[in-house]
Design a protein around this ligand. Sequence first.
Ligand code: 13P
Length: 345
Amino acid sequence: MTDTVILPQPGALAPAAIDATLDLEAEIARLRRERNAVILAHYYQDGEIQDLADFVGDSLDLSRKAAATDADVIVFCGVRFMGEVAKILSPGKTVLIPDADAGCSLEESCRAEAFRAFRAQHPDHIAVTYINCSAEVKALSDVIVTSSNAETIVRQLPADRPILFAPDRHLGAYIARKTGRDMTLWPGSCIIHEQFSEKELVKLKVRHPRARVAAHPECPDGILAHADHVGSTRGILDYVLASDATEFIIATEPHIIHQMAKAAPGKVFIPAPGADGGCNCANCPFMALNTMEKIYLALKNDAPRIEIPEELRQAALAPLTRMLEMSVSVPMSQGATSSGAVHAA
Ligand code: 13P
């Protein structure tokens, strides 16, 4: 099956040519109107991109938005696999990503040929695959999950069938513990969530005894063991807003704190520490590739644009559709909008 294509090829359009006096926000607003575009952003994006977006959400909510939008153009501010998901679900739309090089360490860890061999070694297993993977790997999977629906979906799978879970071994192990299901895990992990140090977290908790710890399930077990709440990015956001605690340690990519600080300015949010005790180690270098300049250029030049061969799209659509059907009980968030409002589901 042919791979996803990014048009034009990465690197073909450099942001160097932008006039420094251009009001980027106004230009993006004009192009968004002219092109009937919607800007979707993940919580790991820079605050200014989150504030510009029509919708900010976790992977599940963003997939649902991409599937439901009546815009002609989707500008997906996240990483490449998220743009691919939007194109798979909305093939009639133009899907633009600000930077074609915005990849994902989990996706990189799980190439289609190796995943095909993994499946072949376990022919009786159901392949449950985290959304952080390529369209090619999705096409080889039975059902896709995100961190907000993985438990709900795994609980619906036939109890007598063993499960293959790829590519995040920490999320897989967490779901296996929660559901008691027999799972064989692909040995992948997220470079960001691997950065957190259990020893430094314990030291931080001693200094902040009233702080609650909220962690993403991509974190290793040693971090999750100290968490008062484990959930997707949106789940973590909902948790800190609903909690009557006032101090939180956040064990996920720290740009999500932008929404927390806006919605609950009286609360204190402390990024979980890395091995050096510092807190910048968990910034995602792939998410950071997206900038206001590149969003403007994407809308102006109609590129980088995601195109997926129809045979591959159809094959990847089946397990994604199964995911959306099996997560109907997971409520949709209103998300955060450009007006800055955040609503718990
Ligand atoms: P969620 O936003 O679904 O929690 O996923 C986080 C993530 O891994 C983004 O790549």
